[in-house]
Design a protein around this ligand. Structure first.
Ligand SMILES: [Zn+2]
Length: 298
């Protein structure tokens, strides 16, 4: 059986390689207004590992239920682990990381963890269209960023009762993103980079050479702590240029939180990728497609 990837909406995927089942994030149970993906956490019967990119609810919510039901081990930031511990996940199933670790997942599969950056949710345009060129907002200090994020939470809570009740159960932590992480999987079939928010350290990305890269396409991109001076499409393409993967798979680009998120138009991303890295193929996945991730498609 080839290694397969199921997209479960937002930035959540299920990677099946050999006899291992690895969840990349765990946000499967979404707001009722988001399109169903064909899966709920209750339906998950097998998971060996759950890697969590960062601690926001739209990434970590669900990991606690999958871990308890399957015995899977959760790999994530110290904040992710703190939240999961508070939710009653046994400590033996929690592996805190900060970047720099190589973890053996099976006899022939490993994952390397790298520090990363979160998209600029504090930006005046936290969810721009993929071709909207955003400029300025450089040098905004931490306290100013936090004040913007407070306002954003206030705005989310005006979206209606279903949204508020969803946030009440899903927003399990109160310490922000907890530090974003990148995961680099190596399997006998190939290597896969996983990113779940549009940010990076360029000095780290430029030394990674995955066969396939899952890149987040949502929000104002963050490069080394500052917002990209340009569009989201340019941000994704610039990352592909640093990584030079054979294939790029997008994440976080569906309308995962209607009223706040938007369905990202992929066409400008395709255009910018063709300009920056013409040899890289953009793969557009639907939900639950069991895509053979390392099988070349021309
Ligand atoms: Zn986030």
């Amino acid at each position: 059986m080839p290694t397969t990837l199921d997209w479960l909406g937002c930035a959540t995927f299920r990677l099946t390689t050999g006899n291992l089942v690895i969840f990349l994030d765990a946000y499967i149970d979404r707001v009722p207004s988001a399109a169903p993906t064909g899966m709920t956490t209750d339906a998950v019967t097998q998971a060996d590992w759950i890697v969590v990119g960062h601690s926001h609810f739209d990434h970590v919510y669900g990991a606690e239920r999958i871990a308890k039901a399957t015995g899977a081990t959760i790999i994530g930031s110290y904040e992710t682990v703190r939240i999961m511990d508070a939710q009653g996940v046994p400590p033996a199933q929690l592996m805190p990381v900060a970047g720099g670790e190589k973890i053996r997942l099976s006899t022939d599969v490993t994952v390397d963890v790298f520090p990363s950056q979160h998209s600029c949710v504090w930006s005046s345009q936290p969810m721009p269209a993929s071709d909207a060129v955003c400029l300025g907002e450089l040098g905004v200090n931490y306290q100013e960023q936090q004040a913007h994020i407070e306002k954003l939470w206030d705005r989310l809570s005006t979206l209606g009762g279903e949204v508020v009740s969803h946030l009440t159960v899903s927003a399990q932590g109160a310490r922000g993103d907890g530090g974003a992480l990148l995961y680099f999987f190596e399997t006998p079939e190939g290597s896969l980079l996983y990113q779940d928010t549009s940010g990076h350290w360029s000095g780290i990305l430029q030394n990674l050479r995955p066969d396939v890269a899952i890149l987040a396409a949502a929000g104002r991109g963050n490069i080394n702590g500052e917002p990209i001076q340009g569009s989201l499409a340019q941000f994704v393409a610039r990352q592909a240029d640093l990584l030079r993967p054979r294939n790029v798979i997008l994440s976080h680009h569906d309308n995962w939180f209607p009223g706040f998120s938007r369905a990202i138009d992929v066409a400008p991303i395709r255009t910018e990728l063709a300009r920056w890295t013409p040899k890289t193929q953009l793969i557009e996945m639907g939900y639950m497609e069991a895509y053979p991730v390392f099988t070349k498609r021309e």
